[in-house]
Each structure stands twice: as structure tokens, then as C-alpha cells.
Write a protein that binds this ligand. Structure first.
Ligand SMILES: Nc1nc2c(ncn2[C@@H]2O[C@H](COP(=O)(O)OP(=O)(O)O)[C@@H](O)[C@H]2O)c(=O)[nH]1
Ligand SMILES: [Mg+2]
Length: 256
């Protein structure tokens, strides 16, 4: 699984430097060829973050992707997605997590935003009842625009503001159970549960994708016919992942 293949004649020093870089890349298997580095990635999963404005979507994302929190975060402009590569059940998964770029303020999140998404983080603010009351509307939005097998994680953010809580945990648990969603309360500020919520979501997506692959008769998860597998090839983040995602859509819509 974790391997380094080195091709071509290299000096000992350059090989050593390359190996150092390999270690820096989270120990993920890397192929070195013609001086290029290629992460060995089994899956690219597109995840969208949605929910009312100012609930902390951008901060949750930057906590997970960069372990950062910014107090005076302006409303999101421009940044489309961030990525982080993690290992789940021995598979190397690149999470490509999309932020709304502030369109949610105008209720103008387009269907292109949801296209190819295998998971959604639906965020509300535990101190703003209205942001929780709108969650049902966001679920409808997902059901209308996203793939029917999308995995949804409901997230009550700003759990650090204990004294300002307006949404009891039980209300959210009940809603999540009712709608078949995963649920977690997080704090992007302290970092509490952010990592575990994303990992749980990615784990669930992996479970759904693997199940689909089996149902479609691919048998081995890593077999040559498995469209959801990238075989350590270099990934062009946009086109590569779109290929991946569209192939997975083919899997999830298979009629067997
Ligand atoms: N106390 C606290 N404030 C937060 C948390 N997450 C975000 N915020 C603040 O909430 C505001 C909106 O956050 P932002 O990520 O821009 O929300 P977005 O519009 O949903 O993307 C900012 O002032 C953040 O500093 C959190 O977990 N705890
Ligand atoms: Mg934002």
C-alpha cells in the first residue's frame, strides 16, 4: 500500500531529497518518475458544505483542510474548494471540499455546485435557531439537486458558545434520525469534533461507494473494472476528479 517506486538513474543525494519530500507528503505512497511526484490516491470524493450564511462553513472547512481558524473571516469570496488527503480503511482518499463562496446569502447556490458531490456537510449554528429551522430547506435542496445516494452530515457548529445555545442537541438528533442523516456538534474555533465529523462523512461515502461497486458486480474493490479507483496516476485536480466523480455516478446509477 505505502510504497515508493523510483524510476531512472538518480544521484544518491537527489534520491535522498526526494525521499524526504515523500515523507513530508503524509507518508502517502508516491511514485517518482522523471522527477515528478505523484500521490497514490484511491479515491477523490467531492463534498459540499452548505447551510445559512455565518454559521461557520468556511471556518469548519479551513479547520479541517489547514487546521486554521480566522476570527475576522470575511464572507467567502472566490475560494472554490480545498482538499485534504486522508487514509480510511487503508484507502487513500482525497477529499475535495467545496465552499459556497457566499452565494447562500442570496439563496443562489446553483445545481452545478452539487454536481458530482458524494457527501454534504449541512451546517447550522447552535446559537441561531433560525439557521436550524432552515436545515429542512437545505435537505430539500440537496434532494432536488444532488445525487440520490449523497451522504449528509448535519453539523451544529459553534458548540463552544455554551451559554448562547438556542438549539438543544436532542432536537437535532431527532431531525437527523428522521431524515437518515449523520449528526455531530462541532466547534471550528476550538477544533472540537471537526476532524471526526469529516472523517465519519468520508468513511460513510467510502462505504456507499464500495457497496455500489460490489452490487454492480465489480467484485474486487481494486479490480481493473472499478471505475472508482485511481491507480496512482498523476491527478489533474479538476479534470481528474471530475472523471472520477462522473465514473462513480455511473456506478451509483447502475440498475443491477
Ligand atoms: N465562537 C465561534 N465562532 C465561530 C465558529 N465558527 C465560525 N465562527 C465565527 O462565525 C462567523 C462566520 O463564520 P464563517 O465561517 O465565515 O461562516 P459562513 O458564512 O457559514 O462561511 C465568523 O465571525 C467566525 O469567526 C465557532 O466554531 N465558534
Ligand atoms: Mg463562508
Amino acid at each position: 500500500m505505502k510504497r515508493v517506486k523510483i524510476v531512472g538513474k538518480k544521484s544518491k543525494l537527489s534520491l535522498f531529497l526526494k525521499l524526504l519530500q515523500v515523507v513530508k507528503m503524509n507518508g502517502v505512497g508516491v511514485e517518482v518518475e522523471n522527477g515528478e511526484y505523484e500521490e497514490k490516491i484511491d479515491y477523490v470524493f467531492k463534498v459540499v458544505v452548505i447551510g445559512d450564511s455565518a454559521v461557520g462553513k468556511t471556518q469548519i472547512l479551513s479547520r479541517f483542510a489547514k487546521n486554521e481558524f480566522c476570527f475576522d473571516s470575511k464572507s467567502t469570496i472566490g475560494v472554490e474548494f480545498q482538499t485534504r488527503t486522508v487514509t480510511i480503511n487503508t484507502k487513500v482518499i482525497k477529499a475535495q471540499i467545496w465552499d459556497t463562496a457566499g452565494q447562500e446569502r442570496y439563496r443562489a447556490v446553483t445545481s452545478a455546485y452539487y454536481r458530482g458531490a458524494l457527501g454534504a456537510m449541512l451546517v447550522y449554528d447552535i446559537t441561531k435557531r433560525q439557521s436550524f429551522d432552515h436545515v429542512a430547506r437545505w435537505v430539500e435542496e440537496l434532494r432536488a439537486h444532488a445525487d440520490s445516494s449523497i451522504v449528509i452530515m448535519l453539523v451544529g457548529n459553534k458548540a463552544d458558545l455554551v451559554d448562547l445555545r438556542m438549539v438543544p442537541t436532542e432536537d437535532a438528533v431527532e431531525f437527523a434520525e428522521d431524515q437518515g442523516l449523520c449528526f455531530s456538534e462541532t466547534s471550528a474555533l476550538s477544533g472540537d469534533n471537526v476532524e471526526s465529523a469529516f472523517l465519519k462523512l468520508l468513511e460513510e461515502i467510502h462505504r456507499v461507494v464500495s457497496k455500489r461497486a460490489l452490487e454492480c458486480g465489480n467484485g474486487k474493490e481494486n479490480g481493473h473494472n472499478n471505475a472508482a479507483t485511481l491507480k496512482g496516476s498523476k491527478i489533474d485536480l479538476i479534470s481528474g476528479s471530475e472523471l472520477e466523480i462522473s465514473e462513480m455516478k455511473k456506478l451509483s446509477s447502475c440498475s443491477c
